[in-house]
Design a protein around this ligand. Structure first.
Ligand SMILES: Nc1ncnc2c1ncn2[C@@H]1O[C@H](COP(=O)(O)OP(=O)(O)OP(=O)(O)O)[C@@H](O)[C@H]1O
Ligand SMILES: [Mg+2]
Length: 243
């Protein structure tokens, strides 16, 4: 199984204002890591860099034994499934089914295998009924579920999810927690839904102003009121019912 190593990544979009500074961490086989931090902290930017959407950073990202770069981009992308924060950026085919089939088909799987993958992904997030629906006619939550299914059908070694629980009703949110917990590869999940992180990730990385403030046990971090508040966050709501 693949590992990820992020070595001292620094990045800015424009005007040299740093958005990420000296980000360093490793993710081992089967690890699930929550990425938390206030609006604008740099979570989505970090995920985008991990999937190679912008290569203009200093430092190094290694996926397995491959260093991410122009020449290795295609090979690295094949291993990574990425759920965008904005589902509209994710899907571009006409129907839900076509979108979910896109990655497996593109990676050269047979028609039969692709059909199986599509069926499984539709089932996993409970959207079989939406199979033939145009992606432009989906509700907000349906769109999120479909975008997650497009990644599940890839069966990737690494899954990066940006705000996967946004717009989901309680039942679909609970189902997604179960689906994520059954996935075997490396998972990195950025979210403001700290309870979702609690239920899916044993480890959490807290980012503030583009820097890692804390990297450790999720429960320790999410119970630390002072730490959370010092970094623009609040205790998870469910803390009042958790022991
Ligand atoms: N394409 C871009 N061009 C210029 N600046 C950008 C761009 N995308 C993001 N930024 C800036 O980079 C910083 C980090 O943004 P990012 O989207 O990574 O934050 P985030 O932690 O994901 O926030 P949120 O919780 O709101 O999703 C912000 O200050 C944002 O304004
Ligand atoms: Mg974001």
């Amino acid at each position: 199984m693949t590992e990820i190593e992020v070595k001292n990544i620094s990045f800015s979009y424009e005007q040299k204002i740093p958005v990420l500074e000296n980000i360093a961490f490793c993710a081992g086989t089967g690890e699930a890591i929550g990425l938390i931090g206030a609006n604008g902290a740099g979570k989505s930017t970090l995920l985008k860099l991990l999937v190679g959407l912008d290569l203009g950073y200093t430092g190094e990202i290694r996926v397995g034994d491959v260093v991410l770069g122009k020449k290795t981009l295609a090979a690295v992308r094949k291993k990574i499934g990425y759920v965008f924060q904005d589902s509209d950026s994710q899907m571009f085919m006409t129907t839900v089914e076509e979108d979910i089939a896109f990655a497996p088909r593109n990676y050269g799987l047979s028609r039969e295998e692709t059909a199986l993958r599509v069926e499984r992904a539709l089932e996993q997030v409970h959207i079989k009924a939406l199979r033939d629906k145009s992606i432009y006619k989906l509700s907000g939550g349906e769109k999120k579920l479909a975008s997650i299914a497009t990644v599940l059908s890839m069966d990737p070694d690494i899954i990066l999810m940006d705000e996967p629980s946004v717009a989901l009703d309680p039942k679909n949110r609970r189902n997604l927690i179960r689906v994520i917990n059954e996935l075997k590869g490396i998972k990195i999940i950025a979210s403001h839904d700290l309870d979702f992180i609690w239920d899916t990730c044993e480890r959490t990385i807290l980012i503030h102003n583009g820097r890692i403030v804390c990297d450790g046990d999720t429960e320790m971090i999410l119970r630390d009121k002072e730490l959370l508040e010092a970094n623009g966050l609040e205790l998870p709501l469910s803390l009042y019912i958790r022991r």
